[in-house]
Design a protein around this ligand. Structure first.
Ligand code: GLN
Length: 543
């Protein structure tokens, strides 16, 4: 019988509900239980693919090509599992399948309603998840209690307890306990209100996780228990910590693990935290430091690049280095090209994925600067495409361009893929998900991956135009990774530089703490020691 843990949020958004949900999963996973996680997003979009990362955070791409909420990435990193796209449920998906069934006549003349039809569809999807991955399913409900949009999901959660039995469903409510600066008093009123709202809908939380700057003091803990109708031993704190990966340990130390095991009558073994603790150690207090410039469009908001950020951090932790990122707007390099010299103060440059022309010429300038000044460079997707454009221009093809960006070039070295003949329809129309990359043995790529085949995740419409490959590779540039029977160029490297490397895929989506992504390792390693040159030949003997 599957067990379900619903995680709802109160008081306000952005308090780290995703990390708490993932932490609960981890706490059970280290006890030998099979755990998976799902995110319910109450918005009407079908998926996160069409959403602006600036408002909603990064679009996380799953192995099976889903464009999902960034919390799915958090689950993957914490639980070290691939989460399929069916685990990111949105109101858009729920309604479209109910309406589709109504059009087919499946409801036999009945009036189709939110209760029971929408709620049944929600419950059905959650049960399907449990079926494919029996064990414990953590269900995080997006948004904050009190939102109109999340009502059907909370109603589904309420019904779930009846359907599945009280011993099989736990409700966790994550709230914020603010502190009055002057007196340092922890205020529980917002939590009380939030729980009142939840109970009005019919959901009684079993567990409260209070987000707070410092651990909850005994008095406010008692108050929360009393007013929210929760056992005192089921009130936990998640205080501010140095690394998010400490969060499961922190909650387990307070007894969350044993609470869940007892409450859900799970047969589990003693928790085995040592590999996780070892990983955290590498994340805390590294001895070296590098600063990487990240040229992205959404420079001000780190949430847009969570996976890139984490991939750099994973690589840094493995190499005993703290990776500081500085986000740089490239528009400046267009108005005043001399400004690109700021890059000389960095240990490395990363140009991440992106869309549209704003700042793209500036990014090309940044890549040129890195190439000609031998600054370690990693280009991801859009960054890969712009590296191709920049290199083509360096060969004298001055109007080299991507057809995504201009309409007046004769040399589109980056062009739409043949099957992508329409860019008018935006949702789910890109080349998505994991594809197999074949890696040349005598290459930097191989020295990083140490294997000739790798599965990496994609999200793009444009690619290297095969027509230009002979010209592009005539002066040293190499495409050392390819896919689709060598039809598509996936990895670019310039062996004459310390590290000038780019990938058409987004390697960051597969980086995990303790198991960093090879291209990110390459960037951090070469940034740590700009003199250290990765030699393709070194690795030849391994095959
Ligand atoms: N805009 C480019 C394309 O569609 C790159 C996309 C990306 O960086 N994810 O191909």
């Amino acid at each position: 019988m599957a067990k379900y843990i619903f995680v709802t949020g109160g008081v306000m958004s952005g308090i780290g509900k995703g990390v708490i949900a993932a932490s609960i999963g981890k706490i059970l996973q280290v006890r030998g239980l099979k755990v998976t996680a799902a995110k319910v997003d109450p918005y009407l979009n079908y998926d996160a693919g069409t959403m602006n990362p600036y408002i909603h955070g990064e679009v996380f791409v799953t192995e099976d090509g889903g464009e999902t909420d960034m919390d799915i990435g958090t689950y993957e990193r914490f639980l070290d599992i691939n989460v399929p796209k069916s685990h990111n449920i949105t109101t858009g998906q729920i309604y479209s399948s109910v309406i589709e069934r109504e059009r087919r006549g499946d409801f036999l003349g009945k009036c189709v309603q939110i209760i029971p039809h929408i709620t049944d569809e929600i419950k059905g999807r959650l049960r399907n998840i449990a079926r494919e991955d029996a064990g414990v399913v953590i269900v995080e409900i997006g948004g904050t209690v009190g939102d109109i949009e999340s009502l059907p999901y909370l109603e589904a959660a309420r019904q779930f307890r009846f359907d599945e039995g009280i011993g099989n469903v736990v409700n966790v409510h994550v709230t914020l306990v603010p502190m009055l600066d002057v007196v340092g008093e922890q205020k529980t009123k917002p939590t009380q209100h939030s729980v009142q709202e939840l109970r009005r809908i019919g959901v009684q939380p079993d567990v409260i996780v209070a987000r707070s700057k410092v651990p909850l003091k005994p008095e406010p803990r008692k108050k929360i228990a009393l007013f929210c109708n929760v056992e005192e031993s089921a009130v936990f704190t998640s205080q501010d910590i140095a690394s998010i990966y400490e969060s499961p340990l922190l909650l387990d130390e307070q007894g969350l693990g044993s609470y869940m095991v007892n409450r859900l009558q799970l047969s589990s073994k003693e928790p085995e935290w040592s590999p996780w603790k070892k990983m955290i150690k590498t994340h805390l207090g590294p001895e070296n430091q590098v600063t990487i410039a990240v040229c992205g469009k959404y420079a001000e908001l780190a949430d847009c690049y969570v996976s890139v950020n984490e991939a750099l951090r994973d690589a840094g932790a493995t190499l005993n280095a703290k990776v500081d990122l500085e986000f740089i707007e490239t528009d400046d390099f267009e108005t005043d090209p001399s400004r690109v010299r700021v890059l000389s103060g960095f240990d490395g440059l990363l140009v991440p994925g992106g869309f549209g022309s704003r700042g793209s010429e500036g990014k090309i300038r940044a890549i040129e600067y890195a190439r000609t000044h031998n600054i370690p460079f990693l280009g991801i997707c859009f960054g890969f495409q712009l590296a191709v454009v920049e290199y083509a221009r360096s060969l004298g093809m001055m109007d080299a361009a991507s057809s995504e960006l201009t309409s007046d070039s004769k040399n589109y070295v980056i062009d739409l893929m043949p099957e992508q003949n329409s860019v008018l329809e935006k949702g789910g129309t890109m080349r998505l998900g994991a594809h197999e990359i074949s890696i040349d043995t005598e290459s930097i790529a191989y020295s990083l991956y140490q294997k000739t085949k790798a599965w990496e995740r994609h999200r793009h419409r444009y690619e290297v135009n095969p027509k230009y490959i002979p010209q592009l590779t005539s002066k040293g540039l190499r495409f050392s990774g390819k896919s689709d029977a060598s039809r598509r160029m996936e990895i670019l490297e310039l062996p004459s530089n310390t590290f000038h490397f780019a990938t058409q895929y987004h390697a960051e989506f597969k980086s995990r703490p303790g198991r960093p992504s090879p291209p990110y390792m390459g960037l951090v390693k070469s940034s740590l020691s700009k003199n250290l040159k990765l030699e393709p030949k070194q690795v030849m003997t391994r095959q």
